[in-house]
Design a protein around this ligand. Structure first.
Ligand SMILES: Cc1cc2nc3c(=O)[nH]c(=O)nc-3n(C[C@H](O)[C@H](O)[C@H](O)COP(=O)(O)O)c2cc1C
Length: 137
């Protein structure tokens, strides 16, 4: 996805999954990919030990609107923001919502300032190299 020069917002959070069924995950991902593409939002999400970790990036207003909806979603709870950052480039420009199922994916305490950048790196690594990753271009 190419952007006119502008500030992009990146929101990273973790939450506790209230469902991990494949059907529910497929429904979440299908909605996410449709909406995100329409709003020029990209990102990636990991399921790990019944927790979600997600990175959303794009125009600030679009990211905020989507994240508001996500926070109200009853398929997860205990949403804890790891980081809200202004970035100049997308980390997931090839993914409207990449998905990685990784039981060893993250162990970060939300208070750890390195948690968000570590998660971004781990998701990118997994999406580019792992057979367990799902990417949508
Ligand atoms: C863990 C998780 C991640 C989600 N990620 C996104 C997302 O990236 N984009 C999105 O539009 N909706 C996402 N959703 C779904 C939203 O909470 C909400 O159901 C959806 O945006 C409603 O869109 P609709 O009105 O088009 O059905 C996510 C939900 C969960 C539980």
């Amino acid at each position: 996805m190419t952007d006119a020069p502008q500030v992009l917002r990146r929101v990273t959070y973790v939450s506790r999954a209230l469902t991990t069924s494949r059907d529910d995950l497929d429904a979440i991902l299908a909605t996410a990919r449709r909406n995100n593409a329409a709003m020029r939002v990209t990102g990636a999400m990991m399921l790990s030990n019944k927790h979600f970790a997600q990175v959303l990036e794009g125009p600030p207003a679009a990211v905020e609107e989507i994240f508001e909806r996500i926070q109200m979603d009853e398929r997860h709870t205990a949403v804890a923001v790891l980081e809200v950052a202004e970035v100049t480039a997308r980390a997931f420009d090839a993914w409207t919502m990449g998905f990685v199922d990784d039981p060893d994916g993250f162990e970060a305490a939300p208070a750890d300032p390195e948690a968000a950048p570590r998660l971004v790196m781990r998701l990118r690594e997994a999406l580019m190299h792992s057979a367990a990753a799902e990417g949508v271009r």
